[in-house]
Design a binder for this molecule. Structure first.
Ligand SMILES: O=P(O)(O)OC[C@H]1O[C@H](O)[C@H](O)[C@@H](O)[C@@H]1O
Length: 304
C-alpha cells in the first residue's frame, strides 16, 4: 500500500467565482465549488486518499477502457489511468505562483505516457497481465483544466504506437445534489440507452426527462449537452461537451449502495454521476500519430 504522506499535495486553482482542487493521482478533480460553499462536484466523506484506490467522488478519468476490460476479468475496472500518477505540466511545479490564463481563469495541465513492455508490444505475443498487457499500445494522454465561472476539462489521447488501437474514456463526474428523488436530467429525450441495471443489457429509448426512482446505470448513445435540474439546491448544473458520443448516468440508490465501502448508507441521495465519454460501441479508433479530444464544460445557474 502506498504511503498517503508520499502523495503530492493536490493543486488548488482559484477562478473568478469558483475554486477547484486537482490531484496528480489520476489527474482527478477532487473539488469544484462555485460562489457559495455548496460544492458542485461531490466527494464522499469515506473516500480513500491513499494513492491506491480512486477517491470516491470528484471526476475520476476512466481510460483506456470503461467498465470491465473486454477480455480480462482481472484487469482493473475503468482502466488504469485513474490510479496512475500523472505528471503536472502546468503550472510548472518548480514555480511558486499559480499560472494564470486569460482573464480570471486559472489553468492546469497534466500528462500521462503509457508504454507497454517490449514483449507485449509485439503483436504476435500473448497479452501479459498488468497494465502493459491489459493495453499493449503506447499512448499519451493530456488533461487540461480551466477554472473560471465554469469548470472546463479537455482530455486529448494520442496514439504514439506503430499500430492502430481502440480505446474508451469517460469523465466520471460526481454531481452533488440536494436530494436525488427531486432531480431531473434534461437533454436526453429520444436518446437510446443500454440499461446496465438489468441482469442482461437492454436497449431502451428515453422518453422525456430522466428521473430517479431506483438503482440507475445507463449508457446513453447521445452527444447532446445535458442539464441537471436540482430544485432542492435551486440550481441547474449544465454539462456542455464536444468529442463525446455518450452520457453515462449512475446512481446506486439504497439497493446497491451497500456494495461500496467508501459510500455512507445515505450517500446515494446526495449525488448523481453524469459522465461524458466514448464507451461501448462508441469506442474511439486511433491510427498512429492520430489524436482525439473530448471537452467538457460544467456551468451552474440558479433556478428561477
Ligand atoms: O466503483 P467504480 O469502479 O468507481 O464504478 C462506479 C460506477 O461507474 C459507472 O457509472 C458505471 O456505469 C457503473 O456500473 C459503476 O458501478
Amino acid at each position: 500500500m502506498t504511503d498517503s504522506s508520499a502523495l503530492p499535495t493536490p493543486l488548488n486553482l482559484e477562478g473568478s467565482s469558483s475554486r477547484a482542487s486537482i490531484s496528480p493521482f489520476g489527474a482527478q478533480v477532487l473539488e469544484w465549488t462555485v460562489d457559495s460553499d455548496t460544492p458542485v462536484i461531490w466527494m464522499s466523506p469515506l473516500a480513500a486518499h491513499d494513492g491506491v484506490r480512486t477517491p470516491r467522488g470528484g471526476v475520476p478519468i476512466c481510460l483506456p477502457w470503461f467498465g470491465a476490460h473486454l477480455s480480462d476479468p482481472e484487469a482493473p475496472k475503468h482502466g488504469f489511468a485513474r490510479t496512475a500518477m500523472w505528471t503536472q505540466i502546468s503550472p510548472d511545479p518548480a514555480d511558486k505562483d499559480i499560472a494564470r490564463g486569460e482573464s480570471d481563469s486559472t489553468y492546469a495541465e497534466f500528462a500521462l505516457a503509457h508504454s507497454p513492455s517490449q514483449n507485449s508490444s509485439q503483436s504476435d505475443q500473448p497479452v501479459q497481465p498488468g497494465a502493459d498487457g491489459y493495453f499493449p499500445f503506447s499512448f499519451e494522454a493530456n488533461l487540461s483544466i480551466d477554472v473560471a465561472d465554469s469548470l472546463m476539462m479537455r482530455l486529448t489521447v494520442t496514439n504514439t504506437d506503430t499500430r492502430p488501437f481502440t480505446f474508451q474514456e469517460a469523465f466520471h463526474t460526481y454531481v452533488a445534489v440536494g436530494d436525488i428523488k427531486d432531480v431531473t436530467i434534461e437533454g436526453l429525450d429520444g436518446a437510446f440507452y443500454d440499461d446496465k441495471s438489468l441482469a442482461r443489457d437492454h436497449s431502451r429509448k428515453q422518453i422525456g426527462e430522466v428521473t430517479f426512482v431506483r438503482y440507475t446505470d445507463r449508457i446513453y448513445h447521445s452527444d447532446a449537452n445535458v442539464q441537471i435540474r436540482d430544485p432542492r439546491f435551486r440550481r441547474i448544473v449544465s454539462i456542455e461537451k464536444s468529442g463525446s458520443a455518450n452520457t453515462i448516468v449512475w446512481n446506486p440508490w439504497s439497493d446497491t449502495v451497500g456494495q461500496f465501502d467508501d459510500l455512507e448508507s445515505r450517500a446515494w441521495q446526495e449525488f448523481v454521476c453524469v459522465e461524458s465519454g466514448n464507451v461501448a460501441d462508441e469506442a474511439i479508433e486511433l491510427e498512429p500519430d492520430q489524436s482525439h479530444t473530448m471537452t467538457v464544460s460544467i456551468y451552474v445557474d440558479s433556478m428561477e
